[in-house]
Write a protein that binds this ligand. Structure first.
Ligand code: SF4
Ligand code: SF4
Length: 914
């Protein structure tokens, strides 16, 4: 019987095995490992049985330290235990990891490897966490793909049972963890057949039991600690051999070959790369490509990273391989080299051999690692003196470590279709693509892969879906560089991003817009028009927003776009696809009721009639370059922020950044995202000037204006003002002003407006920009009137300038209005130790910062440390500021007694008193 295939993400593959092979899972969520715990929790809630015939006991703890402690305890009680974590979470487990290995216990941790926060937080993947626990006594086993996540997770559990030692099974966070692939599943009966049941009995018989009580965790003095610490050596010596045996058993079961080190490439390769995890798939794909061009190159995949078996490594290395590059996905500042490089150096040093051996860093914080970069590493090995301690994938114009990328290459298996989708967070694009990939993966023989990249906004940001479909196994764990099909789900993106970058000659482009061809003449940027014609693209348009709203789905255009995609992309016959989409709709929305199901089906049916192939005017071929707006903005915005916002941050060199990770504040005001569908229009005659709209706006987008008559002389003609109400405001003019391009369209302002007849009405964005963009610009140039009335009322507080504006928080966010009002009251004197969570993401995601400054340049100084130490971090700031103020007070007291003027002395005394 052929094995069952399923289209799943890497985390699900690992969790499937962890669930089967464990009695207890103690979990604590941390991105990108969290879903492993969630899967186990859900399966346990549905009563799934593990290989022991029991429901896995899943407990959520209060921290990662707590989860590791619980795993330690459960192991001590004789239960096979597991957990899932990443990054700082793994570091918090370190003390218990020493205990678990020291007490010779077979726990397994599944780690979606993630960068550790250093100069900045990164929730993305690298191996800095894994390398920080190399010394704990856990063996480290690496998976390179979603399929390996299943196969090698099983090896980790089987080997842990047989060695009675703990294992970390790791893979690339935010790549393998979140990549969706069609893989073969291993069923629980097959897993059970591979288990060494005697070893489990032996482990259980050593556990804590009052029937044969023992003492664990003694305190030992210098007389015995050292020698008893050496007592576990024989267990560790066995690890490589046992792992190899378990790999052979799993290989025989699944029909895929695994060894501690696997070699691929020319059997007589002279240049070899040594690497681990998902980079191996990229390198293997490139090795085959270069072998095809006659280059003698190869790759050693490191699977059992620690303990590093010299014997098995040398067995895998071709005798001809005398030029070697070792790649590490981590940085060890100040070290002689990165950890895997140092291991390989030790191999040759102990054999007194000296091949040409260099090491380099790649892919930190999930920096994409592509075939072109792999080729650069091989090209470097050709040099008479190859660059050592290099970086690849960045431009290092400061310490000059980077390799030149050289000519771009695009290895691709024949028949592969590559599709990219630009969507808006919460518009359903990602969900629709997940459906699409499952439809193709599960209903055809094709392999399918999906990866989703997001920007840092909590909502309303962009999502880019990268999908590949192929008749052959897909070994491309990197973002699409070339695409056959590109869809843009939001017309506002056309002017913000280079949507068509990488589309191939003759590819297809699908746009969701309400525009006629004539309107496209003014709305589509000229460079896109030229690309459409010059690359001979098939250009389709659909007004998905209109259809979604007609069928009652509001802004959720996903089904419309999905139907249009299958109609155009020709991955499977469109009629078949439609049948599968409708089945998927019933499955996904069935629980929500017949009405929701029908609305989605209607959306699909209507999409087919509404899809239009655009007959592109010939004149587009020569459309002139856009006149771009001369804007007065800081160099940081032009040189760093704009490229990052345009998804071109990968191209920025090292010198673009401050080495300590510091970014300027006051930069969201340059974004002008224009993401709202509807924005408020102010109806002056209805307004009672209460300022409640400004108070509730989560984004500081709607503001009351106070101005002197004289200041309004040059106001735009639509800048209507009213006589300001209130005795303190006599002689002033009042107005409510919004910034339409910063509004996210939540409608809170219009909802709260207490005027008898609403003074705010939500209107389509396009109807407001012409008047309100210049009005808002004029408003920002008016003198600030912060203190005309006390800030102790809602109305008074809102005349003050918010020093927190235009954040990427979700539309309608309930916490940002509070942050905003605090900055209105105290922002010019604030230091913020921001706890990790939503507020640190919308508050501190590079490149733009919503904390801003007043006309003196004063505003909140913001910092974030870690998850677990925020109160202490803030307390440290308080200690530091108090200490510095006390020193200042001492100096002022001293100065006051040195014969300064009477006025100055009085000023000193006043300061000291306050
Ligand atoms: S719609 Fe929301 S974001 Fe826009 S001005 Fe009103 S409250 Fe602010
Ligand atoms: S909430 Fe309504 S009435 Fe009050 S200031 Fe705003 S627009 Fe005017």
């Amino acid at each position: 019987m052929s094995p069952m295939t399923k289209t799943v993400e890497g985390n699900e593959a690992a969790a499937h095995v962890a669930y089967a092979m464990s009695d207890v899972a103690a979990i604590y969520p941390i991105t990108p490992s969290s879903s492993m715990g969630e899967y186990c929790d859900e399966w346990a809630a549905h009563g799934r049985k593990n290989i022991f015939g029991q429901v896995l006991k899943v407990v959520e703890m209060q921290s990662e330290g707590g989860a590791a402690g619980a795993v330690h305890g459960a192991l001590s009680a004789g239960t096979l235990s597991t957990t899932f974590t990443a990054s700082q979470g793994l570091l918090l487990m370190i003390p218990n990891m020493y205990k678990i290995s020291g007490e010779i216990m077979p726990g397994v941790f599944h780690v979606s490897a993630r960068a550790i926060a250093s100069h900045a937080l990164s929730i993305f993947g690298d191996h800095s966490d894994i390398n920080a626990v190399k010394q704990t006594g856990f063996s480290l086993l690496a998976s390179a793909s979603v399929q390996e996540n299943m196969d090698l997770a099983l090896v980790a559990h089987l080997a842990a049972i047989r060695t009675s030692l703990p294992f970390i099974h790791f893979f690339d966070g935010f790549r393998t963890s979140n990549e969706i692939q069609k893989i073969e599943f291993i069923n629980y009966d097959d897993m059970a057949r591979l288990v060494d049941w005697e070893a489990i009995d032996d482990f259980r018989s050593r556990c804590m039991n009052p029937e044969y009580p023992q003492l664990r965790g003694t305190a030992q003095n210098p007389d015995i600690f050292f020698q008893s610490r050496e007592g576990s050596n024989l267990y560790y010596e066995e690890v490589p051999h046992i792992v190899q045996e378990e790999m052979q058993k799993v290989s025989a079961l699944v029909g895929r070959s695994y060894n501690l080190f696997d070699y691929v490439g020319d059997p007589e390769a002279d240049r070899i790369i040594i690497s681990t995890t998902s980079s191996c798939d990229v390198i293997e794909e490139t090795v085959h490509y270069l072998n095809g061009l006659g280059q003698r190159v190869g790759l050693i995949k490191v699977r059992l990273y620690h303990p590093f078996s010299i014997e098995h490594f040398l067995r895998a290395l071709p005798a001809t391989g005398n030029r070697i590059a070792v790649l590490d996905r981590t940085k060890s500042p100040g070290a002689l080299g990165e950890p895997l490089y140092q291991d390989v150096c030790t191999v040759f040093q102990e054999r007194a051999e000296t091949p040409v051996l260099v090491g380099g860093r790649y892919g930190l914080g999930s920096k994409d690692f592509t075939p072109t970069m792999v080729k650069a590493v091989f090209d470097n090995l050709r040099a008479s003196t190859p660059k050592n301690h290099f970086t690849v994938g960045i431009v290092d114009d400061v310490s000059h470590t980077s390799l030149e990328p050289g000519e771009e290459i695009h290895p691709i298996a024949e028949g592969t279709v590559r599709c990219k989708f630009w969507g808006l967070g919460a518009d359903g694009t990602v969900g629709a693509n997940k459906n699409a990939i499952k439809i193709i993966g599960e209903n055809t023989d094709m392999y399918a892969q999906a990866y989703f990249s997001y920007d840092a906004k909590k909502s309303g940001g962009i999502t880019i879906s990268h999908l590949r479909f192929s008749p052959q196994r897909i070994q491309s764990p990197y973002l699409l560089i070339q695409s056959d099909f590109i869809a843009c789900h939001n017309p506002a993106f056309l002017t913000q991003y280079d949507i068509l970058e990488g589309i191939r000659e003759g590819g297809s482009f699908l746009l969701n817009s309400p525009w006629s061809v004539k309107q496209m003449g003014t709305e589509v940027p000229d460079h896109m028009k030229r690309a459409i014609v010059q690359k001979n693209l098939d250009f389709y348009n659909i007004d998905a927003a209109k259809i979604a709203s007609q069928v009652g789905l509001g802004g959720r255009i996903n089904m419309v776009m999905q139907a249009a995609f299958f109609q155009i992309a020709d991955v499977i016959p469109p009629q078949e696809a439609l049948k599968y989409i409708k089945e998927a709709i019933k499955k996904t929305y069935g629980k929500k009721g017949e009405k929701i199901v029908q609305m989605n089906i209607d959306a699909v049916d209507k999409a087919l009639g509404a899809l239009k192939k655009i007959k592109v005017p010939k004149s587009w071929a020569t459309a002139g370059h856009e006149a771009y707006l001369e804007v007065d903005e800081p160099e940081f915005v032009t040189k760093v922020m704009r490229p990052m916002l345009a998804q071109q941050g990968d191209k920025l060199p090292v010198s673009a950044f401050s080495p300590d990770g510091i970014f300027p504040t006051a930069t969201t005001k340059y974004e002008k995202r224009g993401v709202a569908l509807n924005v408020p229009e102010w109806i002056p005659k209805n307004c009672i000037q209460c300022n409640q709209c400004a108070f509730v706006c989560p984004h500081a987008v709607i503001r009351p204006v106070l101005a002197n008559e004289d200041d309004l002389n040059n106001a735009p003609k639509d800048f209507v003002t009213l006589k300001a109400m209130g005795k303190e405001l006599k002689g002033l003019r009042f107005r409510i002003q919004i910034s339409p391009l910063d509004c996210v369209g939540c409608g809170n302002c219009a909802d709260i407006c207490p005027a008898k007849k609403k003074a705010l009405v939500m209107q389509p964005l396009a109807t407001q920009t012409k008047a309100q963009v210049p009005n808002h610009k004029f408003f920002t140039e008016l003198p600030v009137m912060n203190d005309v009335i006390p800030a102790t009322s809602v109305k008074g507080s809102q005349f003050r300038q918010p020093l927190f504006e235009f954040s990427g928080a979700c539309p309608g966010c309930g916490e940002t209005p509070y942050i905003k009002v605090i900055t209105q009251l105290f922002g010019d004197r604030m230091m913020i130790a921001n706890a990790t969570g939503c507020s640190s993401i919308y508050g501190g995601s590079a490149p733009s910062c919503p904390y801003t400054v007043n006309e003196d340049g004063h505003g909140p100084a913001w910092a974030n440390s870690l998850f677990e130490d925020n109160a202490e971090y803030g307390f440290g700031m308080e200690l530091g500021v108090t200490q510095r103020r006390e020193k200042l007070a001492d100096l002022i007291r001293e100065a006051a007694n040195t014969g300064v003027s009477k006025e100055l002395k009085e000023a000193f005394e006043q300061w000291l008193d306050n």
